[in-house]
Design a protein around this ligand. Structure first.
Ligand SMILES: [Zn+2]
Length: 477
């Protein structure tokens, strides 16, 4: 619209003024399909990116992701970038960081986060009959991102602030100080459903239409987008796959896509990826079968795991740490903790805190003094990168915290580690809280984390206990 209007004004000054607009108009319309207007949005592009990155970090921590340098991931990334390059300039925000990951889950699902990160389930790739079908779902998801439907939805809501938080954050568990617990546990239901917004039918139609346009510009047959929806529906089983409930059929979806397809000219540089697609599928077939999301939820430890239970109010005045220690054996790690601290252990992590430092606050389990240690699956062996993702998840779950300074080198159990310090005023104690996060890779894409929490004013009292935890940490092979 903008470019047409500008051309029109420019055209007026020329001698062919009256003809120009019509010619331009038809050029623009021909083959490019229905003009889409993005919904109203009060957020900045940077906010889209921020929420999306934080949510993506959480997803990467909690879900099994195929290796970034693996054949299938690289293939999906190539298809994704081809589609990104085909987003029309009106909607292509250069601030966005499009990246594509494959989740090792059998359910037919895919989702994209504001600002660019996209996750395609292995089950979706296996269910598709062609690269075009797989690309179709990706183009649809990409359209939600490009049209900024996540933050637009938040804009629509009266309590937009909450919505925006919920968008990136409902699954983003909280960890420390503020709110340990149930939120995290629910999040790990990998309820992407829980936090992925169910888009309105109007948004769905727009994503279908823009998706079809992206397909055509990328050299795919846009009808494959409609075909993929048929494929998804056919394999839905009872209740249909999650994807369908996150992206409700706006009605006549298939027909609408084909109608749009009829208006589109497919790029002359037609994509023929069938061989690569077949190869990716056969690679997936050779792998052990993917678990279902439900199985993943059962086996994935939320970042914090088992919550200190009971309705004990947080007194905020716990005993000072005992100077004698006991060893906690977490299976893959061991650590000494003061004798007078309790441990709340789960399979891969544990929370340690003295009486009076944990309890319930505004319906959530919290602790104010103590530590969490655990192991989490991460997407790569780049310590700086995965540590940053971990820290971003902590901050997202505990919005009052802020990182100060850069990551510092440290040692944990003889391994290289990074230390990051966060501070902020705890809503529980009303005092400034200091949070030190240590992270270290202890195996292939296995991140060990130790998070120490204490009100800044009491930090000295905890220096010895925290130091003892660090020097005593060891890992099993
Ligand atoms: Zn959708």
């Amino acid at each position: 619209m903008n470019s047409i209007a500008r051309q029109w004004i420019a055209g007026r000054s020329s001698s062919m003024a009256k003809l120009l607009p019509l010619i331009l108009l038809s050029t623009v319309m021909l083959g490019q399909g229905t003009k889409i207007t993005p919904p109203k949005n009060k957020y900045t592009l940077a906010e889209d990116v921020k929420v999306g990155q934080e949510a993506a970090a959480q997803v990467r921590r909690e879900m099994p992701i195929l290796p970034e340098d693996g054949e299938v991931d690289r293939y999906v990334e190539r298809v994704g970038q081809r589609l990104v390059a085909a987003i029309s300039p009106d909607f292509n925000h250069s601030e966005f960081k499009y990246e594509f990951s494959v989740v090792n889950a059998s359910d037919i699902n895919a989702f994209a986060l504001p600002g660019g990160p996209m996750f395609v389930n292995r089950g979706m790739i296996e269910a598709a009959h062609s690269e075009g079908e797989m690309a179709g779902v990706m183009a649809h998801e990409l359209s939600h991102v490009a049209l900024r439907h996540g933050t637009a939805q938040a804009t629509k809501s009266e309590s937009a602030g909450i919505q925006l938080g919920a968008l990136g954050g409902a699954i983003l568990g909280a960890i420390i100080g503020g709110n340990v617990g149930d939120v995290v546990a629910q999040g790990s239901q990998i309820g992407l459903g829980t936090y992925m917004l169910k888009f309105s039918r109007e948004y769905e139609t727009d994503a279908d239409v823009l998706g079809a346009q992206i397909m055509a510009r990328a050299g795919y047959d846009p009808r494959d987008l409609g075909n993929m929806f048929k494929t998804i529906e056919a394999q839905g089983g009872s209740g249909g796959p999650q994807w369908m409930s996150d992206h409700p059929n706006p009605g006549n979806r298939y027909e609408r896509i084909n109608q749009e397809a009829a208006k589109l000219t497919i790029a002359t540089d037609r994509r023929n990826g069938e061989q690569e697609f077949a190869q990716a599928q056969s690679t997936l077939k050779r792998m052990a079968p993917a678990p279902t999301m439900a199985e993943i939820a059962k086996s994935t430890k939320p970042t914090t795991t088992k919550t200190p239970t009971g309705d004990t109010p947080v007194s905020g005045k716990p005993e000072i740490p005992s100077s004698s220690y006991r060893t906690f054996d977490g299976g893959r790690f061991r650590v000494s903790i003061p004798n007078n601290w309790k441990d709340f252990a789960d399979t891969d992590s544990a929370t340690f805190a003295p009486q009076g430092a944990y309890g319930t606050f505004q319906g959530q389990s919290v602790f104010t003094h103590g530590a969490i240690a655990g192991v989490s699956s991460v997407s790569s062996n780049d310590l700086a990168k995965v540590s940053e993702q971990y820290v971003a998840g902590v901050i997202h779950g505990n919005a009052y915290l802020q990182a100060s300074g850069k990551a510092l080198s440290a040692k944990l159990g003889g391994k290289n580690a990074l230390k990051r310090t966060l501070t902020g005023t705890s809503p529980v104690t009303g005092q400034v809280e200091a949070v030190d996060i240590y992270t270290s890779l202890i195996g292939d894409r296995q991140l060990f984390y130790l998070v120490q929490v204490v009100p800044s004013a009491e930090k000295k009292t905890y220096t010895k206990a925290f130091a003892q935890m660090l020097t005593s940490t060891s890992f099993s092979k």
